[in-house]
Write a protein that binds this ligand. Structure first.
Ligand code: CP
Length: 298
């Protein structure tokens, strides 16, 4: 089955092929009826603006239709139905399923019970492969992906977008500079996997010490919803902020990315700088997800 559960399931040529396809789509070279008659099920058991709406829009642009549920409360899971049974049933209604779920591993489990392709739209602190593809696509619009210096700033413990991106960048021999509040460091299991893949990871205490070396700074918010209680969240909340002053002296090709939503970790004054690419990054979700939908459903 043609699932996309983790970015680690995709080899570099497959990633490159999807990014090339997205570039053609962005240049309007696509068939508007490519997925006519196909149905996409959007199962979102956690909040989403970008991922849900851009998959929906991507499907519409390819002539297909979307159906879905937006919460546990709005589905029969509220009555106690398991995810496995839900997926078994929904795969009888649709040609592919996009699933967001608060539990790590949920998308992998869904793939075992689905008779149609499953795309992981975020599973707890696990993976978010469609986000990673649009992140790579956005970087590639500014510079070649090989051997770049990337800063990963923020909640690297719970941040699935950072986990996915780190794995993807290891395919392109990136050097990763990690900067996180105490207790929110990259999990050692992920660091070990990256090390086994030959990726150099350098930990820093302060982003200002490394900013001039970076090609890309990937900023993430602190994932409040994954914390055990409010007190532990407030210990680390608002502990870093990107400002225009911090960005003086960066490389010419340097870009700032953020998967969004942002809270206070990027000063809005950064938005108008040429380095700020996070809204463009979010728009790139459409061509990238159109490419993904065609891959899994065509
Ligand atoms: N980046 C991202 O996954 O955003 P949403 O939670 O709004 O889908």
């Amino acid at each position: 089955m043609n699932h996309i559960i983790s970015i680690r399931d995709l080899e570099r040529p497959e990633i490159d092929c999807l990014l090339d396809k997205a570039a053609l789509i962005q240049a309007n070279q696509y068939n508007e009826t490519a997925l006519k008659g196909k149905i996409l099920a959007l199962l979102f058991f956690e909040p989403s603006t970008r991922t849900r709406m851009s998959f929906d829009a991507a499907m519409a642009r390819l002539g297909g239709t979307s159906i879905g549920v937006d919460s546990v409360e709005a589905s029969s899971m509220a009555k106690g139905e398991t995810l496995a049974d839900t997926v078994r049933v929904v795969s009888g209604y649709a040609d592919a399923i996009v699933l967001r779920h608060p539990k790590e591993g949920a998308a992998r489990l869904a793939g075992e019970f689905s008779s149609v392709p499953v795309i992981n739209a975020g599973d707890g602190a696990g993976q978010h492969p469609s986000q990673t593809l649009l992140d790579l696509y956005t970087i590639r619009q500014s510079m070649p992906l090989d051997r770049i210096q990337v800063g990963l700033l923020g909640d690297l413990r719970y941040g699935r977008t950072a986990h996915s991106l780190a794995h993807a960048l290891s395919r392109y021999d990136a050097t990763l500079h990690t900067i996180s509040p105490k207790g929110l460091e990259l999990p050692s299991a992920i660091a070990e996997e990256l090390g086994e893949d030959g990726t150099e990871i350098i930990e820093h205490d302060d982003v200002s010490r490394v900013i001039s070396e970076l090609d890309v700074l990937y900023v993430t918010r602190i994932q409040r919803e994954r914390f055990p209680d409010s007190a532990s969240y407030f210990k680390v909340a608002s502990s870093y902020r990107i400002t225009p002053e911090l960005l003086t002296g960066v490389k010419e090709r340097f870009i700032v990315l953020h998967p969004l939503p942002r809270l206070d970790e990027i000063d809005p004054r950064v938005d108008s700088l040429s380095h700020a690419r996070y809204f463009e990054q979010s728009r790139n979700g459409i061509p990238v997800r159109m490419a993904m939908l065609q891959k899994v459903m065509s």
